[in-house]
Structure formats: C-alpha cells, structure tokens
Design a binder for this molecule. Structure first.
Ligand code: B12
Length: 217
C-alpha cells in the first residue's frame, strides 16, 4: 500500500516524467503486480482523497491523465511485439454513460500481453455499436466495465444482446461493482464476473493463444 500512496502523490503532481521514472523502478515486476499493487490502489486512494474533499476534481483529473499515460507507455513494448499470425480476439468496452475506463484498459493490455488481438473502445460505448462489432468481428471474449450503480440496469441487456451476437464469446463483467454487489441477476449465461485482474489472469493462463476451444477462425 505504501507504494500505492507514493505513486498517488506523484500522479497528483501531474508530472508524467516523474511518474514514468517511478515505474521504471518496478520494471522487473510482473505487469499484473504493477496493475494490482501500485496503479489500482493508487487510483482508489485518490478516490478516497476526493470523497473526503482533500483534493479537487481538477487534481483527480490530472492524476487520471498521468495514470493513463503511464498505462499506455507500459504497454507500448507489448504492442510493438505483435505479429500477423491468426490470434484469438477480445473486445473491451464500458457501458453507455460509463466514464471509468482505467480498469478496462488494463484488462485489455493483459490480453495483448498474452498475444490476443484486441479492440479497446474505452468509455461509453452504446450497445448498438458494441453489438454491431460483435456480429462482424466474432470475438472470443468481450470485456465489459461498469463502476457506477445507476448504469447497472443496462448490464443485462449488454450481456444478453452481445451473447446473441457472438454466441461463442465468453463475456466478462468487470469494474468496482463486482466487488461490492452480487451481480448474478444482471448477467447472462456466458458471463463471468471479474472484479479484479488476477481472476482474469488466471483465466488467461488456461486459455493459451494456440488453443482452439471453439471454431472462431
Ligand atoms: C478517476 C475517477 C473518475 C474519472 C474517471 C476517468 C477515467 N478515465 O476512468 C471521472 C472524473 C470521469 C469520474 C467521474 C465520476 N465519478 Co469517479 N472515480 C474515479 C476514481 C478516483 C478512480 C477510478 C479508477 O480509475 N480506479 C482504478 C481502477 C483501476 O480500478 P477499478 O475501476 O476498480 O478497476 C479494477 C477492477 O474493477 C477491474 N476492472 C475494471 N474494469 C474491468 C473490466 C474487465 C473486463 C475486467 C476483467 C476487470 C475490470 O480491474 C481493476 C483492477 O482490479 C474512483 C475511485 C475508485 N475507488 O475507483 C472514483 C469513483 C468510482 N467515482 C465516483 C463518482 C461518484 C463519480 C461521478 C458520479 C462524479 C460526478 N458527480 O460526476 C462521475 C460519474 C461518471 C460516469 N458517468 O461514469 C465514486 C463512485 C461512488 C459510488 N457509490 O458510485 C468513486 C468511487 C469516488 C468516490 N469515492 O466517491 N470519476
């Protein structure tokens, strides 16, 4: 937790160079450790400071922007390593209106690091566009993220319609609500609740890139 509060302080300064230098100190760590033990708790800590009026919305925005930069830079080595061999496909999106996308972005990069081809849509993707992509692209995995409880009623329609559009896909419902509530009544048959990235990483270990569990390509 100490690492996380230290990193949160750097993020709040808005200094992307210092944030990157700090991360370089952990370059021998597993990416999952960096995500789960530094970046995620740092942003959760910033949430607490915000909730307790210790920082302003402007502070939170600049911290988010620097955090986003660090995440992109951490993944750049993985992106440049990709080749053109056929790979399994995964798409990632936040439900309509949902702005919290950093967790989704990390989930996407875990798939990239494991050799998957991905489409990452970031925040706020209306269902009709997600459905269209799922129909045309036939992904093996669809990752959804929802953090704000008022968006929860939409989750079931996303799961049901995406499952109908891409019947072979495993759907992951991620985001902070999975840790707080039982989402069982808000998901579909092929949906797994993934409240953290360790769960996703374990799933990935059992779904090697070469393994064809279904006829996607
Ligand atoms: C940054 C931030 C924002 C930014 C988001 C920017 C961005 N690019 O993401 C902005 C300013 C847009 C924002 C807006 C709002 N926010 Co906000 N936000 C935060 C904050 C501080 C950090 C979010 C974050 O990045 N966390 C770090 C990520 C990595 O953690 P995570 O989302 O929990 O994800 C983990 C897992 O859930 C999982 N995961 C996530 N997605 C997925 C997807 C898949 C497929 C998988 C497998 C896993 C997975 O992976 C991560 C690692 O384990 C949180 C505090 C907090 N506790 O998270 C508040 C927080 C979530 N926000 C909050 C609120 C209230 C709001 C607003 C309603 C404020 C307002 N009045 O406007 C709006 C709503 C916007 C909207 N419509 O979505 C509250 C929610 C409280 C509640 N009871 O609902 C929080 C908790 C702050 C607080 N303590 O009050 N916010």
């Amino acid at each position: 937790m100490f690492k996380a509060t230290e990193f949160a302080e750097i993020l709040l300064k808005g200094d992307a160079t210092q944030a990157w230098i700090y991360m370089e100190g952990y370059k021998d760590e597993e990416i999952l450790t960096i995500y789960e033990e530094i970046i995620t708790p740092a942003m959760h800590h910033i949430g607490l400071l915000w909730q307790n009026n210790k920082i302003t919305v402007a502070d939170e925005h600049i911290a988010t922007a620097v955090c986003d930069f660090v995440l992109s830079r951490l993944s750049s080595a993985q992106l440049s390593r990709q080749d053109s061999a056929p790979r399994k496909r995964a798409m990632f999106l936040c439900l309509e209106g949902e702005q919290h996308y950093l967790g989704l972005k990390m989930a996407n990069y875990l798939f990239v690091a494991n050799g998957w081809e991905t489409k990452y849509f970031g925040p706020n993707l209306p269902l009709e566009y997600a459905r269209q992509t799922a129909l045309e692209w036939e992904p093996n995995v669809i990752g959804l993220s929802v953090s704000i409880v008022t968006h929860l009623p939409k989750l079931k329609s996303y799961c049901n319609q995406l499952e109908a559009a891409a019947p072979i896909a495993t759907i992951f419902a991620g985001g902070r609500l999975g840790e707080k509530y039982d989402l069982t009544n808000h998901i579909s048959r092929n949906t797994l609740i993934a409240s953290n990235l360790s769960f996703l990483n374990d799933w990935l270990k059992n779904h090697e890139i070469g393994e064809k569990e279904n006829a996607a390509y």
